[in-house]
Write a protein that binds this ligand. Sequence first.
Ligand code: NI
Length: 203
Amino acid sequence: MSSMRFVRIIAWAAVAIVATLSTGYWLSPPANPSNKAALTPPFRLGGAFELTDHTGRAVTERDFLGKPRLLFFGFTNCPDVCPTTLSWLVDLVEQVGPGADIKIFLVSVDPERDTPAVLADYVGSFGPNIVGLTGRADQIDAVIKSWKAYSKRVPLESGGYTMDHTSSVYMVDANGDFRGTLDIHDDSPTANLTKLRRLIERG
Ligand code: NI
């Protein structure tokens, strides 16, 4: 089997799984509230990408396999959601305990303004655990699509533009499989922490 054929089969399997989950389990509330923090079964979102990190290095999905991580879409000019979420995530990772080896990936939905240098300044202001990723518009569009996320450019009356974007935080395991999301609006004080701990323990 050629590798392209294999990739296509995996991609279609992912579509089938996502379709199944979205019609059943995925949208239904957990039967047992104590399972609220359980990880979702692994399934493939994302996949291959080519981007540039905030140090200017060309990276692909292969550079990040082997460790669980968090993935978030945003942009450095975001007035509220992005900075609030990133600060919250940095806090959450700190709560896991010293030595929690988990990186937070911020994929820019605004590559036009978010050059590696701009991203480096921005992610550095939140701490050492955040990796900024940017790229050409077509590369970014492909990543957004592959995670079933969205972004939209919105003109401002004052001139310029802002970006609407997915605010979900994706949990990704060491194999690159999607394991659910963290939710800043979750009213349970420990659900997000429990999910993050399970992600790290599982690797
Ligand atoms: Ni934002």
